[in-house]
Structure formats: C-alpha cells, structure tokens
Write a protein that binds this ligand. Structure first.
Ligand SMILES: NC(=O)c1ccc[n+]([C@@H]2O[C@H](COP(=O)([O-])OP(=O)(O)OC[C@H]3O[C@@H](n4cnc5c(N)ncnc54)[C@H](OP(=O)(O)O)[C@@H]3O)[C@@H](O)[C@H]2O)c1
Length: 311
C-alpha cells in the first residue's frame, strides 16, 4: 500500500451508488477500508448516497454528461475511477471526464471497459452499441494522453447470472439464458472492484496497462446449471432461450433499447464461443483466485431459493 499521508487529495469514484455490478460502490468501500479519502460521485441524492456517507465517503451529486458536474467532481482529485451504467450517453460522459481530468492534470484514470473491445478494431465491431461506445471511448482516452489504466472484464456474474436469471432459478428451477452451448468465464463484479482498488491504491506501475479480467473457469451453461443444483440442493436445468423472445420479455419489464441491443449482441457472441476466454490478469493483479460459480451461488443462495411458507 502507498503512504496514504502523501495523498490527501481524494480519489474520485464515479457511478458510486451501484445498481448492477456496483463496482463504484465496492471500490469506494475497499479504498475507504485502506484509509484513503474517497469522493464518491452519485447521480442523485438518495438512501444510497447516505449509505456512502455513513461508510466515510465524501459524496458529490452530479451527472457525468454535464461538464459542470464533472468539474465539481474532479476538482482536487489526483486519481479517478471512471465507470457508469451501460447507456447511450457513455461516450459523451467519457469525453467530459477526459477533458476535465486533462485540465486538472491528474496522475491516474482507471477506465472501465469490456473484454470484447480487445477483439475490436476500426474494421471489426460487434452488433452491440455499448461495445462500440467502449471502443470509441478507449480511442479517445488514448488520444487524450492521460495516464490511463484500462480494465476490460468479461461478463459479470451479477448481471446475467443474478439480475437476469435469479427469478427463473428461484421460481422454476431453470437457468433461463440465451447463451446457446457457448462456454463463458463470468467474473464477479466484486473481483473487478478488487482489481480496480489495487490499481488506485498505487497506480504508477499500472499506467498504460490494459487488464483483461475473467472468472475462475470457462464452461457451458449445462455445467453452470449443475453447479447451481449442487449448491442449492435441487435440480436446476439450463434452458437455452431464443434471443428475441428473451429480449422481448426484458422490454416488457422496462429495460431500455440500448441495453437490450447490448444484451442481444452479448448472447449471440456467447453462442459463437466469443466469451470462451481465460486470462490470469486478475490473479496477477490481486494475488487472489477469482470467485467461482460455486462460491457465487452460495453467497446469493437466498435469492435463488423460494421462501418457505410457515406451516
Ligand atoms: N455487466 C456486465 O456484465 C459488464 C461486463 C463488463 C464490463 N461492464 C462495464 O461495467 C460498467 C458498469 O459497471 P457497474 O455494473 O458497476 O455499474 P452499475 O452498478 O450499473 O452502477 C453504475 C452507476 O452509474 C450511475 N450513472 C449512470 N448514468 C450516470 C450519469 N449520466 N451520471 C452519473 N452517474 C451515472 C448509476 O446511477 P443510478 O443508480 O442513480 O442510475 C449507477 O449507480 C459499464 O462500463 C459496463 O460496460 C459490465
């Protein structure tokens, strides 16, 4: 760990309220536990902002698409974690952050991206609008000349395997996902936060690096359904959902079109085997073994289990 007294300027963490992976929220608590001063940026004043204050963070409220908010957030910070929810405004927010961080001459910006970007180029893209925005954002950040560290995780356990699958497992004993028979190596977003916190604690050796983060094992969904069965003590079956029908259900539930297009592209890339990738970047960065599916299901077992009714 660095000498914290040398760094009394706060570390800025954006997207700190957390909704899906809650990387910002986890990075905030990890850095506070290490004794850092953290400025947590949230979009609105709510109970989550109060929780961050209770943890010891300085909270700044603002919108990353608004330059004045970004100025207020970055002012006097030397190190920044930049990430926010998957959204059509991602590139605008990134460039706002880049111009303001350049203005303030920061010492490190850790940018959240996605692993698929490592397979993209000016001639190779995917059907996901979010992949394209992340690719363009990485280009712009690289032109900015800022001291960058790029984090490219694969799919999060907390997204596809929790937010999008918990109800099916709980109510129908089915892991319903449109991933075909593709193999995948999902990573826990808590592990991603651990990697980000390691970098922000002492960024100098990481400047200019790109970290591709995967989970503990790459396997197909039949294997992962068996892990669910083992941990939960009842049979969970993988049901390969047709992509269009699956996204239609999410549309009915109110998911925005940008996110649906991203999910559909991710599903098709899974079916083509594009998520069957393993790296050891996480272990090299943190010295830890990634969270396994077994540990993940165990930790969230209540969400995957029907409540027992009192006799
Ligand atoms: N999910 C995956 O499988 C996966 C895999 C690889 C990479 N990633 C990347 O991880 C990032 C998402 O991280 P996450 O899951 O930790 O995010 P998250 O839990 O969804 O939290 C993101 C936060 O960003 C805030 N936010 C959204 N728009 C904002 C704006 N305009 N101004 C200020 N704040 C804003 C949201 O605020 P509110 O809560 O108030 O809306 C939310 O609290 C994205 O870059 C995504 O591409 C995700």
């Amino acid at each position: 760990m660095t000498n914290i007294s040398e760094h009394d300027s706060p570390i800025l963490v954006t997207g700190a309220a957390g909704a899906v992976g809650a990387i910002g929220r986890n990075v905030t608590s990890m850095l506070l536990a290490q004794g850092h001063h953290v400025r947590a940026m949230v979009r609105r004043e709510d109970a989550r902002a109060d929780d961050l204050r209770r943890l010891g963070a300085e909270v700044v409220v603002g919108d990353l698409t608004d330059l004045a908010s970004v100025h207020r957030a970055v002012e006097s910070c030397k190190r920044i974690y930049f990430g926010m929810s998957v959204s059509a405004a991602y590139l605008e927010a990134t460039v706002n952050m880049a111009v303001v961080a350049r203005h303030h001459g920061v010492e490190a910006v850790v940018n959240m991206s996605q692993m698929t970007v490592s397979q993209m180029s000016i001639t190779e893209t995917t059907d996901s609008p979010q992949h394209k925005l992340h690719w363009l954002a990485e280009q712009a950040l690289s032109w900015s000349g800022l001291p960058m560290v790029t984090i490219r995780p694969t799919v999060f356990l907390e997204g596809f395997f929790q937010v999008l699958a918990a109800a099916g497992v709980r109510d129908r004993d089915a892991l319903v996902l449109p991933l075909g028979d593709g193999r995948t190596a999902p990573i826990s977003a808590v592990d991603v936060a651990r990697a980000v916190a390691v970098v922000l604690d002492d960024p100098a050796p990481h400047i200019g690096r790109i970290y591709n983060l995967t989970g503990k094992e790459s396997a197909d969904l039949v294997h992962f359904a068996n892990v669910f069965s083992e941990v939960l003590g009842r049979t969970i079956t993988y049901r390969d959902a047709p992509v269009d029908a699956w996204t239609d259900k999410l549309r009915e539930a109110g998911f925005p079109e940008h996110l649906l297009a991203h999910f559909a592209a991710m599903a098709r890339l899974h079916q083509q085997g594009r998520y069957d990738r393993m790296t050891d970047d996480f272990t090299r960065l943190t010295g830890r073994v990634p969270t396994s599916m077994h540990e993940f299901v165990q930790a969230h077992a209540t969400e995957f289990t029907r409540p027992t009714t009192a006799a």
